[in-house]
Design a protein around this ligand. Structure first.
Ligand code: NAI
Length: 392
């Protein structure tokens, strides 16, 4: 169980690019990184595409005015001149900027924590992986839901054979906020999401299904997709060629089958993400709207609900417990857990502790690459008229 006590020698000197006053995801990063006050210290940033607004915002967050920079290039260059310069940067900007900012950060010798979808192409992602290895730096990816402890319970139960052989994988991340085109006109954050120049080759596949795809890999790392078929639509025609709805069918190497529904036009839906794994003996189901409960359904037996924080859970799950059973945890604790993992990964990397790094389960560069590959394969299938394609 975690109690805020430090796990690394000292807080890492941390900066943000993006995540400014009007940004949607920036506060989630700060909630995660600063939760324990022992892993990260926010000391600098280029928080906003509008420099004055970013500077004012940074000062209001408690950052020194002379360390609130106009842009990321100045941030990296100026901080490199300081003895107490930043060691790690988080990138919380629109998708189309991730590659260039991450590359510049690694070249400046920084560890990087970047938003999903990581980049537009797997070629870029492999190039960044090689650069990170050359510079001996980590690249983490903020799959923000993946810190919920019960996902590690799922992982342990599937690995222990408690559901038998995996047969069916049922994944869903849907919401209805884009059911009409009104939000496309009103929200800046939505405008760039449907612009291929900034969003990349997909909308909902990259925006939301990459989260759920990573969760599926987290809970069943042994499962590999061999083929998939993706059908994607733009129910609001002006969003074409980017999709606001996608249905994907998967075939796995072990003979299992799966499906993913990603949608931002699931009108009226307020529950978002669901992961349901069916094995030969039993099933497990978890949703992010009720993250403290895991449904375990054994064929022929009464259904069970496993509760977060209880001693009967696997130790790999309870190691990431914070508040204890009965006391509600949510998305901020999940983000705090993944940020703590990033801190542990950076510390292990700095110490050259390869063993610790290899044992740490966290959304690393490979998880980011896999998310990009997932999008690429889905788009390739959809653009061939929803045909089965080999997962490359
Ligand atoms: P947004 O449009 O709401 O905010 C973007 C922020 O970045 C703004 O503060 C903007 O001023 C700033 N910005 C843009 N370009 C910049 C630049 N070159 N330098 C410095 N600042 C810059 O976007 P939102 O929704 O916050 O998404 C940002 C990223 O986070 C996207 O990649 C998105 O996919 C991802 N995201 C991830 C979530 C998660 O749960 N992990 C949730 C929401 C978004």
């Amino acid at each position: 169980m975690l109690n805020g006590e430090r796990k690394t020698p000292r807080p890492l000197r941390w900066a943000m690019v993006g995540g400014g006053r009007l940004g949607q995801v920036g506060y989630k990063h700060r909630c995660g990184a600063l939760r324990d006050n022992t892993a990260f210290a926010l000391v600098a940033g280029a928080f906003d595409i509008v420099p004055e607004r970013g500077r004012e915002f940074g000062v209001n967050l408690g950052v020194d005015a002379d360390r609130c920079y106009d842009d990321y290039r100045t941030l990296f260059a100026q901080e490199a001149q300081r003895e107490d310069g930043i060691e790690v940067v988080s990138v919380a900007t629109p998708n189309g900027t991730h590659y260039q900012i991450t590359r510049a950060a690694l070249l400046a010798g920084l560890h990087v924590i970047c938003e999903k979808p990581l980049f537009f192409t797997s070629r870029e992602a492999y190039e960044i992986k090689a650069l990170a290895a050359e510079k001996n730096r980590i690249v983490g990816v903020t799959y923000g839901f993946s810190g919920h402890p019960l996902l590690l319970q799922m992982r342990a139960m599937i690995a222990n054979g408690q559901i038998g052989e995996v047969r069916m994988v049922d994944l869903q991340y849907t919401h209805g906020f884009n059911a009409t085109d009104e939000v496309d006109r009103l929200s800046d954050a939505q405008k760039w999401r449907i612009d291929p120049q900034i969003s990349g080759p997909s909308f909902v596949l990259g925006d939301i299904s990459t989260h759920t795809y990573y969760l599926s890999q987290l809970v069943m790392p042994q499962m590999q997709i061999s083929e998939l078929l993706c059908d994607r639509q733009s129910f609001i025609p002006s969003r074409a060629p980017l999709e606001d709805n996608a249905l994907v069918m998967m075939r796995y190497a072990n003979g299992a089958v799966g499906r993913m529904w990603a949608s931002s036009v699931n009108a009226g839906a307020m529950s978002s993400q669901r992961i349901h794994i069916v094995g030969s003996k039993a099933s497990l189901e978890w949703t992010d709207v009720n993250p403290s409960e895991l449904s375990y359904q054994v064929q022929g037996q009464p259904n069970q609900t496993l509760y977060r924080g209880m001693p009967y859970l696997d130790e790999t799950c309870n190691a990431w417990e914070r508040l204890g059973a009965l006391h509600t945890e949510g998305l901020t604790e999940s983000w705090a857990n993944i940020y703590l993992k990033f801190a542990l990964a950076i510390d292990a990397c700095n110490r050259g502790d390869r063993q610790a790094l290899d044992q740490l389960v966290y959304p690393d560069i490979d998880a980011g690459i896999d998310g990009v590959r997932w999008i690429e394969n889905c788009v390739r299938s959809a653009d061939q008229g929803a045909r089965w394609v080999a997962f490359e």
